[in-house]
Design a protein around this ligand. Structure first.
Ligand code: DGL
Length: 266
């Protein structure tokens, strides 16, 4: 098979990466996708760098069995802590979700006051903050870990009073910092956009790392002539998980925005 028609490999700690898959399907509808969700070992967001690097390397090894042409780390925690190691270890182009979001945030932020919300691992890595400074030294970044957002999104509690209270508590400090732009630096947060918007107010610009990553993936594949032929039929997605395929199928539907036909446990 021509290299350009080989699948894209995408992995995440579990279900969240489906928000990235959803955007990839919109942006690159002809690509075949192999998705791996490490549901047996999630969440990654509360784990150490060493553990996240180990799990992420195993995930890449699994995807390489499918002769993928390109890999997307559809997890902010893993992108923050493991991407550099993965790129050194494996001979395949690998894209993470941080750089595309940073690029967009710096571009659209009117006053360079950028907020970032994510898991403890992402926030603790300082990866977003470092990359923002590298692109625009005068920009200021303010971070807030929002660990409870992950189970709330998975539970489907995307707009009730409990979630609103949690959001007020987490986001209050960022409002005080007078940020003008907010990066949704976790795969689960696009599902909570409405409630986050309600708390932050309508003037704050949002950057969704899933959306920006999909746009960046398209640019890279086009530039390196690895984009699947347009004449080909719509791409196909195959889903693999390390545990609980039935839960992945049920909960994943909300993240992907459509029904997941089949999931294989590996
Ligand atoms: N996928 C993770 C992220 O984007 C969130 C879930 C987890 O902690 O594993 O950071």
């Amino acid at each position: 098979m021509a290299k350009r028609n080989r699948p894209i490999g995408i992995f995440d700690s579990g279900i969240g990466g489906l928000t990235v898959v959803r955007e990839i399907i919109k942006e690159l509808p002809h690509e075949d996708i192999i998705y791996f969700g490490d549901t047996a070992r999630l969440p990654y967001g509360n784990k150490s760098a060493q553990t996240i690097i180990k799990f992420s390397s195993e995930n890449v090894r699994f995807l390489l069995k499918f002769s993928v042409k390109f890999i997307i780390v559809a997890c902010n925690s893993s992108s923050s802590l493991a991407l550099a190691t993965l790129r050194r270890r494996f001979n395949v182009p690998i894209l993470g979700v941080i750089a595309p979001a940073v690029k967009k945030a710096v571009q659209i932020s009117p006053n360079g006051r950028i907020g970032i919300i994510g898991t403890r691992a992402t926030v603790g890595s300082s990866c977003y903050q470092r990359q923002i400074k590298r692109i625009k030294s005068t920009a200021q970044s303010f971070v807030q870990a929002c660990p409870l957002f992950v189970p709330l999104a998975e539970e489907g509690w995307t707009g009730n009073e409990v979630t609103l209270k949690v959001a007020r508590r987490y986001l209050g400090p960022l409002i005080k910092k007078d940020i003008d732009t907010l990066i949704l630096g976790c795969t689960h947060y696009p599902l909570l956009k409405k409630v986050i918007r309600k708390v932050m107010g309508k003037n704050i610009k949002f950057v969704d790392s899933a959306r920006e990553t999909a746009c960046e993936a398209r640019r890279i594949l086009e530039k390196s002539q690895l984009k699947a032929n347009q004449v080909k039929k719509a791409g196909e997605c195959s889903f693999y998980v390390s545990d609980e395929p039935a839960v992945f199928k049920k909960v994943g539907r909300r993240f992907l925005g459509k029904r997941i036909k089949s999931v294989q446990k590996v």
